[in-house]
Design a protein around this ligand. Structure first.
Ligand code: DGJ
Length: 546
């Protein structure tokens, strides 16, 4: 991989005029394949490659009904205040194909133009067969025609609100529209302003673990497809025989995942952008939950492996995390940060206390993070998220992105090598306002709610706001940054050699280059490295004298 140095915006490349003219001609017709955004995974670590190098999505998602031309002036100011580099925007099936076979991409064209003018990348959210499990965003000619596009049946044989994943008519219509969308992107977006596409939104179904239509019943009684049973190391058998309690959940997840995979595969044939789906999570990451009580069939933690078997065209599965509890939040991050699945927090609450989880996410190698409902349309999904986007709430998220924007490439490269760690301030008393990072040769203890000077024990910040991020840049050398926290380094257990700072430099990154500002020494290092609300980035070299 030749990541550094290939980025258009980081380096002005000297290209002969003729070559430039040829390249521009080429760019006008098709994106050069190697420059398409893509996911790269190596040794269980991941990078979203954008413009040829690892890219950290400093994202934000607009409200559901903000994807209209008249709303965009209320979107960009917020995105700029946030220092976001990527905006997630719905593209609704009903909006692009209001009448069957007649397509309208005028909103998308305007969105592309305005995103470029605001220096933002885009992640499009395909709201179609499933949006929070329902077909509300399917065009009227789909959602009102239950004969041609049948809904599921529940266990009692009653019509359920969600569309059946077994209806080929629905799959074909959704796929046709999605393909048209990708065709439009192929010609209208040669510069890949759109870096990724989410296919459907919170798929699955509430209130019925699976479809009970005749076709669904027939398949449920039949054998488990080979790809699924092999993933679980099982021989041939029925869903009930192989998966017992989870049979209906796994079956429905396989059905929904297979459907989405076909839509994604058809879209990728046109323009192979990274594609993913997002999960409406069960309430607790640590206990088994009856699939009748959450969005059964969606990419929930319990069925990640079913999705991996059924949907090879999805580059990753994402959690939508609206549980503010520290333990639960880290639990969900852990479930999606896998060797075979890059962590991308596709949605999270926009209340202030969620902002610090940015550090926990990127410290687990996340390729992106994105609070939901970030625009100035005056809608707030309280109590799920913030009551209002007041200055302090926006600032809580904005400071993270402002800190990372100049060095997101440096960070993403370290993440791709598996050399990043992070902590978010805990609230559960058992954690004692401390988090320990295992850096391999060292440990780092992060504490919250202490003065910058002295050894007063951590009390936690007045409201949980602290976070720290650490990246290994070279032997014994770390990039360290954060807010409202103290970090102290120690040698890993068993290593008795003394530890001291060779040097602690404060500075910042400019186009990938470190710019030195000053050294920290004396009071500034005697009680750990203390971060306040100030934007401070450190390069720390650890050493011994024996
Ligand atoms: C999760 C969904 O994916 C979003 O589109 C939105 O409906 C939020 N829930 C709630 O605001």
């Amino acid at each position: 991989m030749h990541w550094i140095g290939r980025r258009a915006e980081d380096k002005v490349r000297k290209v002969p005029r003729l070559a430039l003219a040829v390249a521009m001609l080429f760019a006008a017709t098709a994106a050069p394949a190697e420059e398409l955004p893509r996911l790269e995974s190596r040794d269980g670590h991941h990078a979203l490659i954008v413009d040829g190098a690892p890219f950290l999505v400093l994202g934000a998602q607009v409200n559901n009904s903000s994807a209209w031309p008249a709303m965009l002036p209320k979107v960009w100011p917020m995105m700029n205040r946030l220092h976001a580099n990527t905006v997630q925007v719905p593209i609704a099936w009903e909006q692009i194909e209001p009448e069957e076979g007649k397509f309208d991409f005028s909103f998308l064209d305007q969105l592309l133009r305005e995103a470029r003018a605001n220096d933002k990348r885009l992640i499009l959210l395909w709201f179609a067969t499933w949006k929070n499990t329902a077909p509300a965003y399917a065009p009227a000619w789909v959602k009102l025609d239950n004969k041609r596009f049948p809904r599921m049946l529940n266990a009692k044989g009653e019509t359920h609100y969600a569309l059946s994943p077994f209806a080929t008519s629905t799959l074909e219509a959704d796929t046709r529209a999605f393909v048209r969308l990708m065709e439009h992107l192929k010609t209208a977006d040669p510069q890949n302003t759109v870096i990724t596409v989410q296919v459907q939104n919170e798929a699955g179904t509430y209130g019925s673990a699976r479809d009970h239509s005749p076709e669904a019943n027939r398949l449920f009684a039949g054998p488990v497809p080979e790809a699924v049973r092999k993933r679980f190391g099982k021989g041939p058998g029925s869903w009930t025989a192989l998966f017992g309690r989870d049979a209906e959940l796994y079956f429905h997840s396989w059905a929904v995942a297979s459907y989405i995979d076909k839509v994604a595969a058809a879209g990728k044939k046109v323009k192979p952008l990274p594609m993913y789906v997002n999960a409406a999570l069960p309430s607790d990451p640590f206990v088994w939950q009856d699939p009748n009580t959450y969005a059964s069939g969606g990419p929930a933690p319990a069925v990640i492996d079913v999705y991996k078997a059924a949907a090879p065209n999805l580059d990753w599965l994402s959690p939508d995390i609206y549980n503010p509890d520290h333990k639960a939040y880290l639990g969900f991050l852990g479930q999606y940060a896998r060797k075979d699945n890059p962590l991308f927090v596709a949605e999270t609450g926009n209340a202030r206390h969620y902002a610090r989880y940015f550090f926990a996410a990127i410290g687990r190698g996340a390729i992106g993070f994105s609070p939901f409902g970030m625009d100035e349309t005056d809608y707030f999904n309280f109590p799920l998220g913030a009551k209002a986007l007041d200055e302090a709430t926006v600032a809580a998220f904005a400071r993270n992105y402002e800190l990372f924007a100049p060095m997101q490439r440096v960070w993403a490269k370290a993440a791709a090598a598996g050399k990043v760690w992070g902590a978010a301030e805990p609230t559960d008393p058992a954690a004692k306002f401390a988090q320990v990072l295992n850096l391999g040769r060292y440990t780092a203890t992060v504490t919250f709610g202490r003065p910058q000077f002295g050894v007063d024990p951590p009390k936690g910040n007045p409201s949980p706001s602290g976070g720290v991020a650490v990246a290994e840049l070279g032997p014994d050398e770390y990039l360290v940054t954060g807010f409202d926290a103290r970090i102290e380094f120690a040698r890993a257990e068993g290593d008795k050699r003394p530890l001291l700072f060779d040097r602690v430099e404060e500075g910042h990154y400019d186009k990938g280059q470190w710019v030195f500002l000053r050294r920290w020494n004396g009071d500034q290092i005697d009680y750990g490295l203390n971060f306040t609300g100030a934007r401070q980035v450190l390069r720390v070299k650890l050493a011994t004298y024996r």
